[in-house]
Design a protein. Structure first.
Length: 492
């Protein structure tokens, strides 16, 4: 199979699919909003939205996900249903769904609501395409709905929950597991305590460090939300902040979302700006700063986003364009600067941008070891060496000595992520011109088991598997650990 053949087949197969970038990373993302609810600490000075505005905290009415939620009164089943039908109409495969729960501090809401919300969202996937015609008030059993989703046509292969560092303690993490979460996004915003105090964030840097360790030890992928340009910071200070996040073992998240500070009417920051007490970064300053930051990003971190999805007409000052990532890319290209983050190297994105040299194509498995949050991380990848393309990755963690989950002991390790990139391939199928279902995941899994057993004397391997991926791991000898969310296998 030549790469030229792959490209020809790829473009033929994707003709007619609208917004191909939506599924170019191997999953179909469905983002839904929970009901407006007060954040437990109050309100940050930059934060729009809230119960009075009829939107979740930190979101505005004009954001696409908020509009979809408002139209169905924030009902999770209806939000998922609408998004699935939209994707199908655009020509996308919807068999592998990554569900993202947004809207304030979800774990601060009543536990009963959290379970109901996730159960309703999963039920919509299970019901596809025969959705319920009327709202059902029947009592939902989350465990039964999760088990049904393991074999559904539309499977939840990953569940992301947004929260705060001080709302990612042990009791919250235990509930995340019951809900089926696999990635936690932390509203870190800054790693400077003085800045956090100025913006009334309500948590400290020590909360971030502790939450990061607890989450990684429990097997989660961890994503930081970071806001350059907050009051009390500066261009130089923000640059040092990112450098510290990428290099200090107390941080080192798996993913990061960069949200430049913007000024929205109705916030405390808006009043400060009007009085001349605060000045946001200019577009030029932001482009230069983030371009420099991107050259620092380690190969094991993915930059998920580079700006909030807030319409320009809701912004009084600050970033007022919707294509910041593109502007940064153009700036870097002119100066020969390069970003090594996961997203910039993914084979799907490279193919979409026509950045592949067809003359050379050599795939190799690579291993990178680093220390983070008092544990050991093994980052395994399949890379195409000539074009520097990322085809697949696996994150294996040897937990810290402070790991608290009862399933783990000193002979335990956990796989926090296994992902094969490129356009989504439907469950049960193989396409010659795509990379999923070609054995890359299996080979990474086998290598992780070998490393754990031979190099670290690990006897118990755990996987924090998405609900819809459990059946995949069963093929390789894993089973669901009794009364726990994890998949498990004895190594020998």
């Amino acid at each position: 199979m030549t790469l030229e053949y792959v490209e020809k087949k790829y473009y033929k197969r994707t003709t007619g699919i609208k917004k191909l970038v939506r599924t170019i990373s191997g999953v179909t993302v469905v983002a839904i909003m929970c009901d407006p609810y007060l954040c437990p600490h109050g309100k940050c000075i930059y934060c729009p939205g809230g119960i009075k505005e009829g939107t979740p905290q930190s979101y505005v009415e004009g954001s696409p996900a908020v509009l979809r939620a408002i139209n169905v009164a924030y009902e999770p089943y209806e939000q998922v249903k609408i998004r699935l039908l939209q994707y199908k109409k655009m020509g996308h495969d919807i068999s592998k769904i990554e569900l993202i729960v947004m809207g304030g501090t979800f774990p601060a809401m009543p536990e009963k609501y959290q379970k109901w919300f996730i159960a309703r969202a999963l039920k919509a996937m299970n019901d596809y395409p025969n959705f319920e015609k009327l709202f059902s008030y029947n009592k939902l059993n989350l465990n039964k709905i999760q088990r049904k989703n393991e074999y559904a046509k539309v499977r939840c292969i990953g569940l992301t929950i947004e929260t705060r560092p001080d709302w990612s303690k042990k009791k919250h993490i235990d509930l995340f597991l019951k809900l089926g979460a696999t990635r936690i996004e932390l509203g870190v915003q800054s790693i400077y305590d003085d800045v956090l105090k100025i913006v009334r964030r309500g948590h400290t840097v020590s909360d971030t460090i502790e939450a990061t360790r607890l989450l990684k030890d429990a097997g989660y992928k961890v994503c930081y939300h970071i806001m350059p340009g907050l009051p009390g910071s500066s261009i130089e200070r923000d640059y040092r902040m990112f450098k510290e996040i990428f290099n200090n073992p107390s941080f080192k998240p798996d993913m990061i979302k960069i949200y430049p500070t913007i000024i929205v009417p109705g916030t405390k920051l808006y009043e400060m700006w009007r009085k001349g007490e605060y000045k946001p970064y200019s577009l030029e300053e932001l482009i230069k700063l983030i371009a420099k930051v991107k050259t620092l990003v380690p190969r094991f971190i993915r930059i998920m986003r580079i700006q909030r999805d807030i319409p320009v007409n809701f912004i009084a000052a600050g970033l007022k364009i919707g294509n910041l990532r593109q502007k940064i890319k153009e700036y870097m290209a002119k100066r020969g600067m390069k970003c090594n983050c996961i997203r910039c190297r993914e084979i799907g994105h490279k193919l979409l941008r026509n950045e592949i040299n067809m003359d050379k194509f050599k795939v190799k498995m690579n291993k990178f070891k680093y220390y983070a949050s008092e544990g050991i991380e093994i980052f395994l990848t399949f890379d195409e060496m000539h074009n520097d393309l990322l085809i697949a990755l696996l994150r294996l963690r040897i937990p810290s000595s402070k790991s608290y989950r009862p399933e783990f002991d000193s002979k335990s390790a956990i796989i926090r992520e296994l992902h094969v990139f490129g356009p989504v391939v439907p469950l049960g199928l193989r396409y010659q011109d795509r990379w999923q279902h070609k054995g890359f995941g299996r080979r990474l899994l086998m290598e992780a088991e070998r490393i754990a057993l031979e190099e670290y004397d690990i006897r118990k391997m755990f996987i924090i598997s998405g609900i819809g991926v459990r059946e995949y791991y069963r093929k390789y000898g894993y089973r669901k650990y009794k009364k726990a969310f994890y998949m498990y296998k004895k190594l020998k």
